[in-house]
Design a protein around this ligand. Sequence first.
Ligand code: URA
Ligand code: SF4
Length: 190
Amino acid sequence: MPDWVELERRCLACQKCALADTRTNVVFGKGPKNARIMFVGEGPGENEDLQGEPFVGRGGQLLDEMLSLIGLSREKNFYITNIVKCRPPKNRDPLNTEQDACIGYLREQMELLRPRVVVCLGRIAAMRIIKPDYRITREHGQWVERDGVSYTAIYHPAALLRDPSKKPDTFADLRAIRAKLREVCPEVYG
Ligand code: URA
Ligand code: SF4
């Protein structure tokens, strides 16, 4: 996969925005390059910055547990990354200027992966990928079809840790994601 190698090499050396000055590691993304489903968060947190991998903290563990319930794992069948690849200081939201600087990497990742389903994790990713005025509380779990790709958003795992009463909604959204995968790319479930 020479294109992936080249893209990751460029991203790991990137200095296009000020987040380069405070990062420990660039967090490029993780998962099989033939995955049909992609998850996109907003940006690395502290653990991700230290380890160079997306969603490896407490929220990431919760996410992996929930996704395993619908037969998904980052080892086998989903790809996971973020809007910005370097950690915003103190986990603040990534600025629009930082998102603008970084979004090209995500676009290239999507062009290489060609996912059938894209799931935004939380409001920030949904506002960037689905629409600028996305309302996560009202619109999570709804589907948008664009150029043969199905897009949706679910609550960010950090939001589920803060407010577990949101979990039943997320489990319903996950069942809908499983149904969508069975419809558009049944090979995911053999
Ligand atoms: N939150 C995110 O949005 N992304 C990560 O990789 C970790 C936490
Ligand atoms: Fe480059 Fe993105 Fe990191 Fe900014 S956040 S330095 S654009 S990789």
